[in-house]
Design a protein around this ligand. Structure first.
Ligand SMILES: *Cc1c(COP(=O)(O)O)cnc(C)c1O
Length: 217
């Protein structure tokens, strides 16, 4: 069960953590509700967090469908994306954060023309985490632009373990985003958000820091 008052306290604490490091930079908080119920989405919206992130198509669509019509959530897709899920997600997704290969670019351009995307970089070397190698990213960004998609930036997931181990990958992602003139840098989760903010994050994706430990799947 989600306690909305507790989420509110945690949002305040999170904003303090951000402000201490981000030095006036505008940082978007994406509330990651995977594994939690609709009450987590509602609690986040009530606190003024409008961006909600999910990793699984079915779970996202179930929650989006159950939201009251007047609830203004902006849905972000964060997980490994299968091409055959793009069609059902297209009417709902506001920002596709995990775009990491050409076939997804082509399919999103077909099903959601002009959609906003981030290209996901693989920062950990673990292939199951998804993401394109940094060297492949300029070509993917170019392809997406040619397909009419709006590439707003890059997304990356740091390696598990000591937060400091994420720093070099975050730094490389930010350098590449600078080089490609992409404004959005979606890096930093509950465990490594300080490091990400130090390295220039403009968007953090947090679940645990808002809702507590995630129930086992
Ligand atoms: C689960 C997840 C998050 C949030 O993780 P927390 O540790 O709960 O903050 C952020 N980004 C992605 C891609 C995720 O899968």
């Amino acid at each position: 069960m989600i306690d909305p008052a507790l989420v509110e306290e945690r949002v305040t604490a999170l904003r303090d953590r951000i402000d201490r490091i981000a030095d006036g930079r505008n940082v978007t908080i994406v509330a990651v509700t995977k594994g939690f119920g609709l009450d987590a989405v509602l609690a986040a919206l009530r606190c003024g967090l409008s961006c909600v992130g999910e990793n699984y198509a079915q779970e996202l669509l179930a929650k989006a469908g159950a939201l009251p019509a007047d609830a203004a959530a902006e849905w972000h897709f964060l997980g490994r994306l299968q091409r055959n899920k793009v069609r059902s997600l297209a009417p709902v997704i506001d920002l596709w954060q995990s775009v990491d290969r050409a076939e997804l670019i082509d399919e999103i351009a077909r099903r959601a023309p002009g959609a906003r995307i981030l290209v996901q970089a693989n920062l950990s070397g673990e292939s199951q985490k998804g993401g394109a190698a940094l060297a492949e990213i300029p070509a993917l960004v170019e392809r997406a632009g040619e397909a009419g998609l709006l590439v707003e930036g890059l997304m990356g997931v740091g390696p598990e373990g000591v937060p400091e181990q994420a720093r070099s990958g975050f730094r490389a992602l930010v350098a590449l985003a600078d080089q490609l003139a992409l404004p959005c840098r979606s890096i930093g989760m509950t465990a490594d958000l300080e490091v990400a903010l130090q390295e220039g994050s403009t968007m953090i994706r947090v679940g645990g820091a808002l809702f507590g430990p995630r129930p086992a799947r």
